[in-house]
Design a binder for this molecule. Structure first.
Ligand SMILES: [Zn+2]
Ligand SMILES: [Zn+2]
Length: 427
C-alpha cells in the first residue's frame, strides 16, 4: 500500500519536472526571441545612422531620400523603384544575413524569431519592387501630417522629420530606441526657439545651451535692458520685450517659432495676501496658458505638427513641496491644465519638472542653473516628454504616477472640442 502510494507520488513528481522543463524552454525561447527583435531594431537603425556618416553607404541610402517630396508624395515611379532596390532590399537583405548568422552560431531557437522579423522587411520590399506596386509603408504615406510625432513608435510625423527637418537625426524605423540612445530623438539645429523668463538664471543657461545646439534663440523678457548687452554679438540671439497681459502681441512672432519654452514665473514665498494670490495665478498659470493658446493657433501648416513644440516649466512643485504655498498652487494648476491640453494633440507639449536651483526666485537652490539646463537638453534630445531634473528621488516616483492617473481621469471625463460641439447640437 505504502509503496504503491510512493510510486504514484514519484510519477506525479516526474510530471512536475517535465512541466518545469517545458516552462524553462518556453521562457528561454521568449527571452531570446525578445532579444532578437531588439537586435534587429538596433542593427537596422544603427546601419541607418551609419548611412548618413559613410559616403559610399550614403550613395545607396540617398536613393530613398530622393524618392519623396516634402508632402511625402513620390518624385517619380522610377525613383521609387530605385529606392526599393538600392535601399529597402539591400538594407533588409544585409540585416537578414547578419541575423541568420547570429542565430546559426548561437544555436538559440528563440533567435530565429528575429530572422523571421527581418524576413518580413525583405518580403515587403521585394513585393514592392518585383510587383511594381506603389504601396508605400505606413511611415511614407503622402498627405498632410495630422498627428504629432509619437513617443512610442515611429509614425509619419516622426519619420518626416528625418527626411525634411534634419537627416542627421530621427534614425529609428519602428521603435525609437536607437534615437534615445544616440540623443537623436529631437534635433534643435536651426530651430527658432522662443523662451520666456529669458533674463532669469535658467533662461540664460537654457539660451546658452540652445545656442550650442545651433538653434536660433528669441529671448522673450520683461526686462530687455538686462539681456541685450551681454549677448548681442551673436546673430542667432534676439531679444524681444513682452508684457504679462499682452501675450496676443506675440502671435506674429510665434508664426515663425518652432519651439516655445514657457519659463517665466513668480514666487510669493510665505505671502498670502489677495494681491499675492492674484499675481501668482496671473503670472504662473494664466499668462502661461494664454501663451500656449496663442502658440497653438499658429500650428496650422501641413507639416507644422511635426516640428512645433511647447515646453512648459511647471516645476517640481507639481508633486513636491516648494515651501511656498502659492507657488505650488499656481504651478500645480498650470501642470494639470497642460495635462488636459495634451489630450488635444495640437503639438508636442513637454513638461520641465525641475528641482530647486540657484536663481533670483530661489537663492538657496541646491543645483546650478547650468546643470539643470544641460539636464534638460540631454532628455529633450532623447525625446522625453516629461523632463525631470532634480535631486529629490521622490519626484521620479511621484510625478509619473500623478501624470498617468491625472491623464487617464481627464481623458475619461473630458471630450475633444469637435465631439462636444456635436453633442451640444444634438441637445
Ligand atoms: Zn524614409
Ligand atoms: Zn536616412
Amino acid at each position: 500500500m505504502i509503496t504503491e502510494g510512493l510510486g504514484r507520488l514519484g510519477s506525479n513528481l516526474q510530471i512536475n519536472w517535465d512541466l518545469v522543463d517545458l516552462l524553462n524552454i518556453g521562457s528561454r525561447f521568449a527571452l531570446w526571441g525578445l532579444f532578437s527583435l531588439l537586435l534587429v531594431e538596433v542593427l537596422r537603425d544603427s546601419y541607418h545612422a551609419l548611412c548618413h556618416q559613410v559616403d559610399w553607404l550614403a550613395k545607396w541610402h540617398n536613393k530613398h531620400h530622393a524618392a519623396y517630396r516634402r508632402d511625402l508624395s513620390l518624385v517619380s515611379p522610377k525613383a521609387y523603384q530605385d529606392s526599393q532596390l538600392y535601399h529597402d532590399m539591400f538594407e533588409s537583405g544585409l540585416l537578414l544575413v547578419v541575423v541568420t548568422l547570429v542565430a546559426l552560431f548561437s544555436k538559440q531557437i528563440g533567435l530565429w524569431l528575429g530572422v523571421f522579423y527581418a524576413g518580413t522587411f525583405m518580403y515587403a520590399a521585394s513585393m514592392r519592387y518585383f510587383l511594381g506596386t506603389i504601396d508605400t509603408d505606413y511611415a511614407h504615406q503622402p498627405g498632410a501630417l495630422d498627428t504629432t510625432p509619437s513617443v512610442w513608435w515611429v509614425n509619419r510625423s516622426y519619420h518626416w522629420r528625418h527626411h525634411f527637418d534634419n537627416v542627421n537625426a530621427y534614425y529609428s524605423g519602428v521603435f525609437p530606441l536607437v534615437d534615445r540612445i544616440l540623443g537623436t530623438g529631437l534635433s534643435l539645429q536651426g530651430k527658432a526657439i522662443a523662451i520666456t523668463g529669458a533674463s532669469g538664471a535658467l533662461g540664460e543657461a537654457l539660451s546658452t545651451e540652445l545656442l550650442k545646439q545651433n538653434a536660433k534663440v528669441i529671448a522673450l523678457t520683461t526686462n530687455p535692458d538686462k539681456l541685450a548687452a551681454g549677448n548681442s554679438e551673436n546673430n542667432r540671439f534676439k531679444v524681444l520685450s513682452w508684457e504679462i497681459g499682452k501675450e496676443a502681441e506675440l502671435k506674429e512672432c510665434f508664426e515663425k517659432v518652432d519651439i516655445l519654452i514657457i519659463n517665466h514665473g513668480v514666487n510669493a514665498y510665505c505671502d498670502r495676501t489677495t494681491e499675492a494670490i492674484n499675481s501668482s495665478y496671473e503670472i504662473n498659470t494664466f499668462s502661461a496658458l494664454r501663451l500656449i493658446d496663442i502658440f497653438s493657433s499658429t500650428v496650422t501648416g501641413a507639416q507644422s505638427k511635426a516640428t512645433k513644440e511647447i515646453w512648459v516649466n511647471t516645476s517640481e512643485a507639481e508633486v513636491s513641496p516648494a515651501l511656498s504655498p502659492l507657488y505650488e498652487l499656481s504651478k500645480r494648476a498650470l501642470g494639470d491644465i497642460v495635462t488636459l491640453k495634451r489630450l488635444d494633440d495640437t503639438c508636442i507639449i513637454r513638461k520641465l519638472i525641475l528641482g530647486p536651483f540657484k536663481s533670483q526666485l530661489n537663492p538657496h537652490g541646491v543645483m546650478s542653473a547650468i546643470q539643470v539646463a544641460k539636464g534638460i537638453m540631454f532628455f529633450a534630445k532623447r525625446d522625453f516628454r516629461n523632463i525631470i531634473v532634480t535631486i529629490n528621488p521622490l519626484t521620479y516616483i511621484l510625478f509619473p504616477i500623478k501624470e498617468v492617473t491625472t491623464w487617464l481621469y481627464y481623458r475619461i471625463f473630458s471630450k475633444p472640442p469637435r465631439r462636444r460641439e456635436r453633442q451640444e447640437e444634438e441637445d
